[in-house]
Ligand binder design. Structure first.
Ligand code: HEC
Length: 248
């Protein structure tokens, strides 16, 4: 699909819902077990190429439809398992470059966080019961030692480092899975032009910061990873959709 962007050129927008996680897709073909169908994710709101002013609070509404998991319109999809990525690009060339990137490589760690309870207490840029992931990534540079330390704190629980609130233990999570979560937090949450939200519905704040004096674009990506099939819950496939917004 080609969409005109300003007068300066065209941005190619991949057909989101059809992009499949290569691994899951390949497996679905070679196995004799029941095939897992890819979830179809659709961003109903905001509309493709809508224009907003800086600091607008833009409502989002996402529909997920998965042959095995069900339909979001019948409340069969967990809202807490839908990830919405909001990426700022200051010009159409940067937006186009971002749209060409693969959508999935950075989702390994966050996928586990979506099915666990992390986002009940943490948001990426704002403090909830727990500190924001951005504050955590600023306090702990990405080193092996810090990955070990934070992995242990998540597994064993923690209190007193950030305040009086308590993070409960997570004995149900295997260490390699928690390490992936920590790496995702330390790698992706401190970028001022990148934010993440969770839910089928919510609000995207198009926050203006010092860096962005001019207009630009926000690319909204919605992702849902399914639960495989009854035969093989590990045979997961991620579906996605993308819209590009203009801000001025
Ligand atoms: C019930 C609320 C709650 C849940 C659920 C929760 N956290 Fe926390 N988290 C907190 C609080 C509160 C702190 C601060 C603890 C402290 O001050 O020592 C924290 C701290 C952290 C830290 C920083 C630890 C440190 O040593 O500074 C990381 C990383 C973290 N959480 C990740 C996660 C991940 C990943 C999950 C999901 C597996 C998760 N949290 C689930 C409340 C929660």
């Amino acid at each position: 699909m080609l969409f005109p962007v300003l007068l300066s050129g065209w941005i190619e927008i991949p057909d989101g819902g059809q992009m499949l996680n290569g691994r899951g897709f390949g497996k679905a073909f070679v196995t004799s077990q029941t095939e897992n169908h890819a979830p179809v994710v659709k961003i109903l709101q905001p509309l493709q190429q809508a224009t907003f002013t800086w600091n607008a609070l833009v409502p989002f509404d996402i529909r997920v439809s998965d042959a095995e998991d069900g339909e979001s319109k019948y409340q069969e999809i967990q809202s807490s398992e839908v990830l919405v990525k909001l990426k700022y690009a200051k010009n159409s060339a940067m937006a186009a470059a971002f749209l060409k990137q693969k959508i999935f490589p950075d989702t390994a760690g966050v996928a586990g966080m979506l099915v666990s309870n992390c986002f009940n207490c943490h948001a990426v840029k704002t403090k909830l019961a727990g500190p924001s992931f951005q504050d955590i990534s600023r306090r702990y540079p990405f080193t092996d030692k810090n990955v070990d330390l934070l992995t242990a704190h998540i597994q064993k629980g923690s209190t007193g480092i950030w305040g009086k609130e308590v993070m409960p233990t997570h004995p149900e999570l295997a260490e390699p899975e928690v390490r992936k979560m920590v790496k995702w937090i330390l790698r992706y949450t401190d970028d001022p032009g990148l934010n993440f939200f969770v839910g089928l519905q919510g609000t995207l704040p198009l926050n203006k910061t010092e860096m962005y004096r001019h207009g630009g674009y926000f690319i909204v990506t919605a992702l849902y990873t399914d639960h495989g099939t009854a035969d093989d819950p590990e045979k997961k496939i991620t579906g996605s959709d993308q819209v590009i917004l203009r801000v001025k």
